[in-house]
Design a protein around this ligand. Structure first.
Ligand code: GDP
Ligand code: IMO
Ligand code: MG
Length: 418
């Protein structure tokens, strides 16, 4: 058996949570393999909207095992809040959620360091979600981090040693902070202890041997990848398919289908280059119709046209085998839809994602006719307007990968499998 992987191909918020929820009945196991509470994955069903940050999006289906794998960074405070919200909804999750001992913990001082570092950067700030992601991964690669498995091994001393190190570092910044959240942190640690700790690499490989079907749920998106995204305006983990191998402890040969998910247009939240960004009325329309406000921070998302230069790059890096297009309904009222098919970089035409997006980049657009139809109640491909069929055919020809799902609204039911 192989593991299928679902990944965002843009700058995050492509609708991963919704689609993982839709696909979950086809799988025995859903696992998160990188990122942490910087993620905000939205699920909607039965008129309930739920946003998950640390917890895999398979959690609402009782028979599914959910694994927080080693590559994730876990914040006990956010985790506690998520558990409380789920328990209020009557979801008993201690049975179907397990946590890797090797996942790293986000301390309150990691979050303070994140905020201090961003404040010091001033105008050139990353636009981080301020969840402590960067400092936690820095401690992981710097070999100072605290892991979930440490909770059972002289935890308080280890915690205090790392906290002291952080307080020392914070002296480098002119930044006010308080440690009032420490109490909540330890409360969160006690909540984490209610769950089974596992060595996810052994668990996942034995599940595969036992013919269990596993879906790995990516967080963020390829263009935020630490190596291949628009550095330094990126997150601190490998968001690409290769990150699924290191983030779970599985061999590359164990990867099966790679689902690449993208919005029918583009958004980005936080700083950094965005070649097809719209600063005009059409950009505002995309934001308003698409309700483009961050699931984690509430910040307005920057909006623009679909960018095939970026999508081709993401498809190449991930080896995408099937495409999933979301938020298609957001384009319902546009007379003309534009798609960037190349860039002019300093006057020269290219279809390759450039090293520096700081250069003067002018997207070259192809215009397609809009469908001017309400797609939100459509459930079968035969009902697609001709213009939508033409849009999909155009994308498939350019991207050389089939579009297998089209999402037409936030609800679990609003999706068409092709
Ligand atoms: P994720 O981080 O990739 O899981 O995406 P987010 O949950 O942050 O953002 C996606 C937003 O779009 C959420 O509010 C979803 O409820 C919503 N959404 C997902 N798919 C669709 C769709 O096809 N149409 C519309 N209109 N909204 C969608
Ligand atoms: P999901 O999983 C969109 C962005 C932040 C910032 C940069 C670095 O919901 O798609 P970080 O907090 O990681 O230090 O922030 O990355 N970012 C996201 N943008 N969706 C996300 O996750 C994101 N996670 C981080 O806005 O620009
Ligand atoms: Mg999100």
């Amino acid at each position: 058996m192989k593991i299928d992987v679902l990944l965002g191909l843009q700058w995050g918020d492509e609708g991963k949570g919704k689609v993982v929820d839709v696909l979950t009945p086809r799988y025995d196991v859903i696992t998160r393999f990188q990122g942490g509470p910087n993620a905000g994955h939205t699920l909607e069903f039965n008129n309930i909207k739920h946003i998950l940050h640390n917890i895999p999006s398979g959690i609402f289906r009782e028979d599914t095992l959910n694994i927080i794998s080693n590559g994730v960074v876990l914040d006990p405070i956010v985790f506690q809040r998520e558990i409380d919200a789920l328990e209020k909804m009557g979801v008993d999750i201690t049975k179907n959620l397990v946590i890797s001992k090797k996942a790293h913990l986000i301390l309150p001082t990691h979050r303070i360091l994140d905020a201090a570092s961003e404040a010091a950067k001033g105008k050139s700030k990353i636009g981080s979600t301020l969840k402590g992601i960067g400092p936690t991964y820095m401690d992981k690669t710097g070999r100072n981090g605290l892991r979930v498995g440490d909770i059972e091994l002289d935890f308080e001393n280890k915690y205090n040693a790392l906290k002291e190190k952080h307080l020392h570092l914070l002296k480098l910044y002119d930044f006010d902070f308080s440690l009032e959240e420490e109490e909540k942190f330890f409360e969160g640690i006690r909540t984490i202890q209610r769950f089974k700790f596992v060595e996810s690499e052994f668990l996942i490989n034995s599940l595969l041997e036992n013919q269990k079907k596993i879906l790995a749920e990516g967080a963020q998106g390829t263009l935020l990848d630490i190596d291949f995204g628009s550095y330094p305006f990126v997150t601190s983990s490998n968001t690409i398919c290769a990150g699924a191998c290191t983030g779970m402890g599985v061999a590359p040969s164990a990867i099966g289908e790679v689902f690449g998910i993208f919005k029918a247009y583009c958004t980005r939240v936080g700083s950094g280059p965005f070649p097809s960004e719209l600063h005009d009325k059409e950009g505002d329309e995309l934001r308003n119709i698409g309700n483009e406000f961050g699931s984690t921070t509430g910040r307005p998302r920057r909006c623009g046209w679909l960018d095939l230069v970026a999508l081709k790059y993401s498809i190449m890096l991930n080896g995408v085998t099937q495409l999933i297009m979301t938020k298609t309904d957001v384009l319902d009222s546009f007379e003309t839809i534009k798609v960037a098919t190349a860039y002019k970089v300093n006057g020269e035409l290219t279809d390759q994602f450039p090293y520096s997006l700081e250069e003067e980049i002018e997207p070259v657009y192809t215009e397609l006719t809009g469908w001017n139809t309400d797609l939100t109640d459509i459930r079968e491909k035969v009902q697609f307007p001709d213009e939508l069929k033409a849009y999909i055919a155009f994308l498939e020809k350019e991207l050389k990968v089939p579009v297998k799902f089209v999402s037409v609204g936030p609800d679990r039911e609003q999706i068409i499998e092709i």
